[in-house]
Design a protein around this ligand. Structure first.
Ligand code: F6R
Length: 613
């Protein structure tokens, strides 16, 4: 939820790299930010509530000194409101130890009471400050900063990624992980810490991903990692292929718009190298997806959150329809607390852009404990989910910076389609000819996506947005494989425009939502295909008969002709239509949010990666 950056450099200046790192990480949390630097005159700290610009201005005004070691943080408040005092870093009473922290220290109240009893004066409402005092007291008892951190963490219950800076004598930097992600970059000029590889890739592609229980001691030439017991553990560096430039927004007005427009490329990157047209099958070179691995899959249990969950709902239609394997889809947050029963032969499949979502990880771990084989569809190599899964299917969406997920969603649906074909071929429900046809249809999708993103199509959506931006609310309706797209359309709109929107299966309309229909409630109806087309048409008629405006989105001409507004989507196979239909809905949310003056890339109260419950 928050972002951590830090470094210990051979010589020179840490501040600029940290600010650049925080700028990249700001999408993770953005209600306050701060830095601490070890200078020749001691530890200096600046921290401010508000966006990173506020901190940058304060640094400039105070002519903030630079140094060769520092830590920085961008916050999404959990304990205490976003104020200057609650922003990280937090400094121990001795003034020599600074701490930044992502996550939650569950027993902080007990520890706070104990420390207060010993005379410590607290300067913030946060759980993190407790850790700064604990580390400094452990340091006073002797040993290195890493030893002190390990001993302090042994007293803490909770989830954390922390970085600690000490300035007494030569500067020292350590970090530790138990839950939220943290990695260390091995650069020529020194060693960097990032809660996200994006903060590290401007300096190096050689990255060590820390694991739970690790405490890492930085030097200017690398890192020594020890486990909970203090013994050195080997953590081989991995080479990451994300480019720092991928995280910029170039000339686009917003990351979200850039990411919407990247979707034709994301489709090609995620799918096309895997297509084995000759055999009408999909190549999964990663371990865990061979015919033998898939032969025993009797059931798939999807666990995910938010937009990724909607991709899971689409996956259900695809895998059941094409591979004839039953699929259950659960909110990860519900699955983990409802004593689920998993049949033998269940493949637990987590879907996640970040690979770090706390509920999804916990649900996957529970499914493993219950005997399921664990797999994931994920966008971040080296993430916890990928490391903890027996089989990972990587999407190639590249870094997604806009908080509202767009290209990661389409990549997940593309991966779901590939999985459905692979399962179908492995289990014999799809023959070679049908497999080939499904792959051909997937190839045809790219020009259709490009057409949907042409300036003409975008202008059409913009005009619709302008006419509906002031209504009371929106109802999104879809059926079959497009029902999850109705859910996703509603989620996107509420996230970034703060307008009320609900997604429903169109067949449910008469069971309640129809009562909402009136002149100021706009309905976005995703047109159906085949037998469903007629049923959706009758939904449109029922809404219009009650004076509700209808925006029809899709390829069914008769439905489009009926509605007040039409957004045409190129025809495709029904199985692939969600990937096309979601594009105008993403654009509609974007345009409405823009017209309403919302902060599109950083919607209020949200953070990109939810690494706490
Ligand atoms: C919505 C959105 C969230 C995420 C959800 C899961 O636009 O981005 O709903 O989809 O928090 O995140 P991941 O996919 O990282 O597990």
């Amino acid at each position: 939820m928050c972002g951590i950056v830090g470094a210990l450099l051979e010589r020179g200046h840490v501040l600029r790299g940290m600010i650049e790192g925080l700028r990249v990480l700001e999408y993770r949390g953005y209600d306050s930010a701060g830095v601490a630097v070890a200078t020749e005159d001691g530890l200096v700290v600046e921290k401010r509530a508000g966006r990173l610009e506020v901190l940058e201005r304060a640094l400039e005004e105070s002519a903030f000194p630079d140094g060769r070691a520092g830590i920085g943080h961008t916050r999404w408040a959990t304990h205490g409101p976003p104020t200057d005092a609650n922003a990280h870093p937090h400094v121990a009473a001795d003034g020599h130890v600074a701490v930044v922290h992502n996550g939650i220290l569950e027993n902080y109240l007990e520890l706070r009471e104990e420390l207060a009893g010993a005379g410590v004066e607290f300067r913030s409402d946060t759980d993190t400050e407790v850790l700064a005092h604990l580390v400094s007291r452990e340091l006073a008892a002797g040993g290195s900063l890493a030893d002190a951190l390990r001993r302090a963490l042994a007293r803490v219950r909770g989830y954390y990624a922390v970085a600690v800076l000490k300035d007494d004598g030569a500067p020292e930097v350590c970090c530790a992980r138990e839950g939220p992600p943290l990695c260390v970059g091995l650069a020529r000029e020194g060693t960097w810490i990032g809660s996200d590889v994006l903060a590290i890739v401007p300096h190096t592609r050689e990255v060590v991903f820390l694991e739970d229980g690790d405490v890492a001691e930085l030097s200017t030439r690398g890192v020594v990692v020890r486990g909970r017991d203090g013994a050195v553990v080997e953590r081989a560096p991995q080479r990451v292929d994300w480019d720092a430039a991928d995280a910029g927004k170039g000339t686009w007005a917003h990351h979200m718009l850039k990411e919407i427009h990247e979707q034709p490329d994301v489709l090609a990157r995620t799918a096309f190298h895997r297509l084995d047209e000759a055999r009408g099958d999909v190549r999964f070179d990663e371990a865990g997806w061979s015919d033998a691995d898939l032969a025993g899959v009797e059931r798939v249990q999807v666990v995910a959150c938010g937009t990724a969950l909607h991709a899971g709902h689409v996956l259900r239609y695809l895998v059941e329809g094409l591979a004839r394997v039953p699929v259950d889809v659960d909110f990860a947050s519900e699955f983990r607390y409802r004593a689920p029963v998993l049949a033998p032969g269940t493949l637990a499949l987590a879907i996640s852009q970040s690979g770090e979502t706390a509920d999804t990880l916990a649900a996957l771990r529970l499914a493993k404990e219950l005997g399921a084989r664990a797999a994931c569809i994920c966008n971040v190599a080296g993430s916890t989910m990928v490391r903890e899964s027996d089989a990972a299917l990587m999407t190639q969406a590249g870094p997604e910076i806009g908080v509202a997920s767009t290209k990661a969603f389409t990549a997940q649906v593309v991966a779901a389609y590939l999985l459905a074909v692979r399962l179908g071929r492995a289990r014999g429900t799809l023959d070679e000819a049908r497999g080939r046809e499904l792959l051909r249809e997937l190839r045809l999708l790219r020009p259709s996506l490009e057409r949907l993103l042409s300036s003409e199509s975008v202008a059409r959506v913009r005009a619709v947005a302008a006419r509906h931006k002031g209504v009371k609310g929106f109802l999104f309706l879809g059926r079959g494989v497009n029902f999850p797209i109705a859910l996703e359309g509603a989620l996107k709109l509420k996230e970034i425009s703060y307008m009320h929107a609900e997604g429903y299966a169109a067949g449910e309309m008469k069971h309640g939502p129809i009562a909402m229909i009136e002149e100021w409630m706009s309905s976005v109806v995703i047109t159906g295909a085949g037998a469903m087309a007629e049923k959706v048409r009758s939904n449109i008629e029922q809404i219009m008969a009650r004076g509700g405006p209808v925006i029809a989105v899709g390829a069914d001409e008769a439905s489009l002709a009926l509605a007040d507004e039409r957004i045409d989507v190129p025809a495709s196979s029904e199985w692939l239509s969600p990937i096309l239909n979601v594009i105008p809905l993403q654009l509609l949310s974007y345009e409405i949010a823009r017209l309403r003056g919302c902060d599109i890339d950083k919607p209020r109260n949200l953070a990109k990666s939810v690494t706490v419950e």
